[in-house]
Design a binder for this molecule. Sequence first.
Ligand SMILES: NC(=O)C1=CN([C@@H]2O[C@H](COP(=O)(O)OP(=O)(O)OC[C@H]3O[C@@H](n4cnc5c(N)ncnc54)[C@H](OP(=O)(O)O)[C@@H]3O)[C@@H](O)[C@H]2O)C=CC1
Ligand SMILES: N[C@@H](CC(=O)OP(=O)(O)O)C(=O)O
Length: 367
Amino acid sequence: MHDFRKINVGVLGATGTVGQRFITLLADHPFFILHALGASQRSAGKPYPAAVTWKQTKPVPAVVRNLVVRECKPEFFTECEIIFSGLDADVAGPIEESFRLAEFAVFSNAKNYRRDPHVPLIVPLVNSSHMAMIPQQRALHTPPLRKGFILTNANCSTTGVVVPLAALEKTFGPIESCMVTTMQAISGAGYPGLPSLDIMDNVVPYISGEEEKIEWEMLKILGGLTEGDDGNKAFDMHAKQPLRVSAMCNRVPVIEGHTECVSVRFARRPPPSPQQVREALLAYTSDAWTMSCPSAPRHTVFVHEEPDRPQPRLDRDYQAGAGVNVGRVRQCPVLDIKFVVLANNVAIGAATSSILNAELAVCKGII
Ligand SMILES: NC(=O)C1=CN([C@@H]2O[C@H](COP(=O)(O)OP(=O)(O)OC[C@H]3O[C@@H](n4cnc5c(N)ncnc54)[C@H](OP(=O)(O)O)[C@@H]3O)[C@@H](O)[C@H]2O)C=CC1
Ligand SMILES: N[C@@H](CC(=O)OP(=O)(O)O)C(=O)O
């Protein structure tokens, strides 16, 4: 474990589903000190416990009980260096930009900057190397930013798929095709989720914008970084080996934990066997683990052998929801291999990923 000075951090969207998980995970963190909380004007000015509808299984941590919620403006967060954003996407764009321009390191959960060619879209268990884009992002500003940047995590369902796919590509080379069908938990919609009469005893086969996000974000995350002739790194989104992705997204009556059925076809022929795939998933270790990031899971991918696992209620909190669960690895008669993924949408699908991204930035000397 590195010997770092502790860093003051702020959480924007602190009263939301993701914000509450940020607070739970940061309450006693070896690198970070929870220093300031931000939310809307509806909540600003109130002591945190009065502003939030607390829905975590642990009580409101002592470290935030006496914090007063602030408006999400840089001038109210001056003692912080790092900002974690769990803001609603409707407002995240300009607010996160204001913090970047004010020289804060912004680790965002929102979708707003994921497609920006100069913003790293990082799943910390997969592509931390994309942090190499940060100096170029800073240089785009006049004058160049000294410390500020925006770095985003991925959509929670994208995260669940790209972790096993990265493990498989590392061992077997490029994947040509991927079909994914999701069964997404209600908490993915943010508090209060869907009306009970819409989701109880029901499945909703539509989540606005979700399929397009997954189909696009996977290419940026699994793509490489190429050095341009002007020394600028750009994203090479599978230009050489086009990965084709098709996603079908559903909302199901589960509180937390996204389940995803995945089928893949490898470029290499013959493809690997199910047993070879299981071994590659088990052997895969993330940079976050090798760099001793405190929130990194020991098993990046936990492979279940039982025929009826993983299941959200039983498996979503394994390794504090920081790893990804895979089960039912088997031959696919249409593509090559198919399996089931379970990712905790609020942990590795959101807050844990952003915290791991910040831990990696500290371990890499970027902060
Ligand atoms: N839930 C999940 O599983 C995942 C969510 N995400 C993304 O993370 C972000 C947060 O999601 P989630 O926690 O579910 O959303 P919630 O709706 O639960 O929380 C939204 C947060 O944004 C704040 N907010 C709303 N409007 C404003 C404003 N005008 N100014 C400042 N703050 C504002 C709210 O504050 P207030 O309480 O005062 O209204 C609240 O703290 C979203 O972008 C979402 O897409 C990403 C991955 C997974
Ligand atoms: N949209 C996901 C949650 C999420 O990841 O959102 P976004 O891609 O906007 O960060 C869901 O509803 O389950």
